[in-house]
Design a protein around this ligand. Sequence first.
Ligand code: CAA
Ligand code: NAD
Length: 302
Amino acid sequence: LARNFSSSSALQNTVKNVTVIGGGLMGSGIAQVAAQAGQNVTLVDVSSDVLVKAQKSIGGNLSRVAKKVYKDKPQEGEKFVSESLARIKTATDPVQAAASADLVVEAIVENIGVKHQLFQKLDEAAPAHTILASNTSSLSINDIASVVKRKDKFGGLHFFNPVPVMRLLEVVRGAETSDATYKTMMEWGKAVGKTCITCKDTPGFVVNRLLVPYIAEAVRLFERGDASARDIDIAMKLGAGYPMGPLELADYVGLDTTKFILDGWHKKYPQETLFKPIPLVDKLVSEGKFGVKSGEGFYKYE
Ligand code: CAA
Ligand code: NAD
């Protein structure tokens, strides 16, 4: 965790002000890790209720970090929490928030039309040097970038849930992402405490290209009645060393999200059998069983 607090000096010249758009699960985590690393953050959401919730959850998660890092120095821990929180401003207007940003990270709903509307506005409002990036899980970076003029200053910054805990950042180069933009994205990722890997703009990048078919195969195994949900999860935890089993992970990621990703890829790549829709997932989603967030998926949650 200590690496979260160092900021590379090269970066300090390029990215000081970060605007994060979308204050949900991912955006609040991204805002937290940037603020922890000493950056000025503006967190934007269409809903001010979401922003209030985000600030609360960031405060709670910063306290978790402080308890660990400043175990024997509670006063320094409190200072760390309050100073990090003070670096996060909130706003509801993305246009205004982009005007002072060196980097904008978008983490709004996974919908290409809505993302296009937002990026068109951001491209017009942001200063010429500002880098625009998307945290999309499953859409193409080139498709998202198609509406902006600054295609050289556009890329993917793909974080993992829960953002403060998962150490990876996938840095995705679009067809026209410049070397300078790529370098700044890599440096920024390191400065916010992540290990960065690079990937081309392919479906699911690295992690989701492997993880989503793996989850899908686990659901198909369960659907065929080859093993119980609990046994599949125990098997992958104890037999392969995964922190969560695939069905637990599907509930954690969200069955709606899993379905959305598979459907999108299936439409684009109909020949790929790994991306085929799964009747059981479709059924659970149609019943409102989205996993942890709705209280039930493959398992029930309190
Ligand atoms: N924020 C901050 N800290 C958190 C946290 C959160 N939301 N959730 C857990 N933590 C911390 C806890 O404080 C705890 O810290 P210590 O061990 O130092 O006390 C640590 O993380 C472990 O947490 P728990 O003990 O509560 O639970 P756990 O050991 O079961 O770990 C987990 C929870 C980190 C989520 C772990 O189960 C895990 O790694 N699961 C797999 C998650 C995964 O695969 N994520 C990727 C999903 S795919 C994705 O995100 C991409 C996409 O596009 C869909
Ligand atoms: P979420 O639903 O928790 O949050 C999205 C937020 O965006 C909501 O608070 C919503 O009010 C806000 N929003 C919607 N349209 C907006 C707009 N035009 N302007 C400003 N705010 C807007 O979603 P999430 O899980 O945080 O996912 C966000 C993005 O991150 C998606 O692209 C998703 O694919 C990606 N992602 C998700 C995960 C995951 O595990 N959930 C992991 C990696 C990447």
